[in-house]
Design a protein around this ligand. Structure first.
Ligand code: GTR
Length: 746
């Protein structure tokens, strides 16, 4: 009896604790997130609290869709079926809302047939649901002849795509489930027990079209393909995941909430993350998703698993390289992570990629090629369309013959050896410190790989960015009162120097920043999806000269990264970015409006890592301000929840030589303290978002503490500033101003 009372008491205390924790989480989210009236309304109506994140396991990389379900690993197609149902349940809970069962009573309310010269056209209104009160308009366009024709199903916005499909021998069905014509709004009230969202209702509408098409002898019900672009690309994926009668799907530029996983396309990657999409389009996805802003690692599922639920049916993910609502890199991660499910179900090549140049929009040629793919998948043509992923993988590096380091050659370095000589004696003189610096730099170079011979370029305007490229990347015209000067530097790389107009024509020299963007695939240094003024412009406005360039693999340089490791098997992507950064310093030092002794680096995310490396290796850099992006590697284990150092060699092979240190992290040849120590006594400011699962805050604090001893020894203890912000991992407009107002920079 006493035992029972005690356990009841414990349950009570635990749940009270848990409730308090969740309430605190909600208070924190309300404090740090931009206000969303729709979300507030939902919070009030639903009384919901965020999940207890302390109990939700963090999965920093994309979850394996074949992970054990109910404790059972998924190894056979039979085991996949129940797991798939479980995943769909999780999607309904966290992302798309709950979906009513098929109504089972779809019938035609109205039908008009039009004989047009080229094709048959029908306008049909379906009715179904409670008392047949739900209505859905659709249009059928079909080639002459009895059929049956394969079906090209799409939302009303893409009626013009359907015209091409008809010419290619498809029956096209265009339904009113898109912004231009949407019949699904009133359904919310007809099914009040379901919290489905706008995109989910539109997806369910596609299934009602399938119900109807199954009754039409002209339609080949086994070959119904669904397609849509952008928000309708998201809708199409949801529909195909929910309805197995949809035989193929072409999801065009679906981006966030589509084929770009939340974990790979958050605001930290200058993408349209959870915060932006749930605030800008509060009815597209479930408001519960907003609890995961900055905690994407806690989401029990991610978008690649929605796609895995479509397997083994063919899926084409179509992406534009410089589209600010998607990311080629994120799509490639998505494909790689969903692929094992397609393979398990016997269709290893049913998840395909298609890339096009330019921005978000599509043109006739794109749709023709979507239909080429569909013809192939539906057995109407034999021409394969092979995937051509862009981003190198660790396997590419290994295949190219990259030489790994041997962890056994590196001692497990305890903390505290920064101010010790190689023999373990305290460092007492400048000479001894210089020797130590030299030795650390050698270790860094081993990890960055071998820099190839680099001939100097004095910089110039030949080879500067052409105007159409600048326009595509939204940097063709500088804002009022700022000058933009395009310069070529390093190995024929292009960058832009910005400075205030009133400096032009004078002999004034300004302190300068080199802006190092994070992984920012579509728009490089400009940022694809961003609120507020971007860092390079805000900094320029506050009186600096700012040099900005696209790092390899981003913006105008996406495709340049494709064969990197075949060309430079012993170098690294980070090594190349650091070399480019140093070349940028070269060119700035010769510029008439730059003070050569005041060239600073600033970076966010991966740009922060590049900035610290470049400053550590190059004494001409006057100081560094970085935002996020760093966590001490020797503590960055698989168990730490940060993602582990493996992420620098696997998801993004920036440093493939780190791969062998997974599990041997303490032997990594250098770490944050070494990088900071090499920069000392020059000013360094680390601005670290408080909510960032990729950063181990405590380890970072200790690393700073350790490095500060070097700053102190060099007489500049104040030059190292560590500042935690009350925010999640993103580059907010407020942060820009924090950079501009920074006090460590004279
Ligand atoms: C954007 C939205 C994207 C994309 C796009 C579209 O504003 O941020 O996710 O869906 O709209 O549908 O055109």
């Amino acid at each position: 009896m006493r035992g029972l009372i005690l356990s009841l008491f414990l349950v009570f205390v635990t749940s009270a604790d848990e409730l308090a924790r969740r309430q605190e989480l909600l208070d924190e989210l309300r404090r740090i997130l931009p206000r969303s009236a729709a979300w507030e309304t939902w919070l009030e109506a639903s009384d919901e609290l965020p999940p207890d994140f302390a109990r939700l396991p963090g999965v920093p990389g994309l979850p394996n869709p074949l992970r054990p379900a109910n404790g059972q690993p998924v190894t056979t197609p039979a085991e996949w079926a129940p797991h798939r149902a479980e995943l769909i349940g999780l999607f309904q809970h966290y992302v798309i809302g709950s979906v009513p069962p098929p109504p089972g009573n779809v019938r035609v309310a109205e039908r008009q047939t039009h004989r047009e010269p080229g094709a048959h056209r029908e306008e049909v209104t379906l009715e179904f649901g409670p008392e047949h009160r739900a209505r859905l308009r659709l249009e059928i366009l079909r080639p002459p002849g009895p059929g049956p024709f394969p079906v090209f199903l799409t939302q009303y916005n893409h009626r013009r795509w359907a015209l091409i499909a008809v010419s290619r021998g498809y029956l096209a069905c265009v339904y009113a489930g898109a912004d231009a014509r949407d019949d699904t709004g009133p359904w919310r009230d007809l099914w009040p027990d379901h919290d489905w969202t706008k995109l989910t209702r539109r997806a369910w509408a596609a299934s009602r079209c399938v119900d109807y098409l199954a009754t039409r002898p002209e339609a080949d019900a086994r070959r119904i393909a669904l397609t849509g672009h952008s928000r309708n690309g998201k809708t199409s994926l949801i529909a195909a995941a929910l309805d197995e009668r949809i035989a193929a799907v072409i999801s065009s530029s679906s981006g966030a909430g589509g084929a770009c996983p939340w974990r790979c396309f958050s605001e930290a990657e200058f993408g349209e993350g959870i915060e932006l999409i749930t605030r800008n389009f509060p009815d597209w996805l479930h408001p519960r998703l907003r609890f995961f802003v900055g905690r994407e690692d806690r989401l029990p599922i991610d978008q690649h698993e929605l796609i895995a639920c479509i397997a083994p049916r063919p899926v084409l993910l179509s992406t534009a390289l410089n589209d600010n609502v998607e990311s080629v890199w994120a799509i490639e991660q998505c494909q790689r992570a969903a692929q094992p499910v397609f393979a398990l179900l016997g269709a290893p090549d049913h998840l395909n990629l298609r890339y096009r140049h330019g921005p978000h929009a599509t043109a006739a040629g794109d749709i023709e090629s979507y239909l080429d793919w569909l013809d192939w998948k539906f057995g109407r043509a034999s021409r394969r369309v092979d995937d051509a992923p862009i981003y190198p993988t660790l396997e590419d590096w290994q295949r190219a013959g990259g030489t790994p380091l041997d962890p056994a050659r590196f001692p497990a370095r305890g903390r505290g050896d920064l101010l010790l000589t190689a023999d373990g004696a305290p460092i007492n003189s400048r000479e001894e410190w210089d020797a130590k610096r030299h030795e650390i730099r050698q270790r860094i170079s081993q990890v960055l790989g071998e820099t190839p011979p680099l001939a100097a370029d004095p910089g110039g305007t030949y080879g500067a960015e052409p105007q159409p490229v600048a326009a595509l990347l939204r940097r063709d015209t500088p804002p009022a009162r700022l000058v933009k000067e395009s310069l070529s530097f390093g190995n024929y790389v292009t960058g832009d120097l910005y400075y205030p107009t009133n400096v032009a024509g004078t002999t004034r020299q300004l302190p300068a920043f080199v802006w190092l963007h994070p992984l920012s695939v579509s728009h490089g240094y400009v940022a694809g999806y961003h609120r507020g003024e971007t860092p390079h412009l805000a900094l320029t406005r506050s009186g600096y000269a700012v040099f900005a360039f696209d790092q390899l693999g981003n913006g105008a340089r996406i495709e340049e990264v494709r064969h990197f490791y075949e060309r430079y098997p012993d170098w690294s992507l980070l090594g190349k970015t650091v070399a480019d950064t140093r070349a940028a310093v070269d060119v700035l030092r010769g510029h008439r409006h730059v003070d050569p002794d005041q060239i600073y680096l600033t970076g966010y995310g991966t740009g922060a890592l590049a900035a610290l490396h470049a400053a550590a290796l190059d004494d001409r850099v006057a100081g560094v301000i970085v935002v996020g992006g760093i966590t001490p590697w020797r503590f960055d284990t698989v168990a730490s929840g940060t993602g582990g150092v493996g992420r620098w060699s696997q998801a993004l092979p920036w440093l493939p030589r780190l791969a062998v240190f997974v599990g041997e992290e303490s032997r990594i040849p250098y770490d944050v303290p070494e990088l900071l120590a090499l920069i000392a006594p020059r000013p360094v400011q680390l601005i670290i978002p408080g909510i960032d699962y990729q950063t181990n805050l405590e380890a970072l604090r200790q690393a700073v503490h350790e490095a500060r001893r070097v700053f102190a020894w060099l007489g500049a203890p104040q030059a190292l500033v560590f500042q935690k912000t009350d925010s999640y991992n993103h580059f907010s407009p407020e942060l820009v101003w924090c950079l501009c107002g920074v006090e460590t920079i004279p």
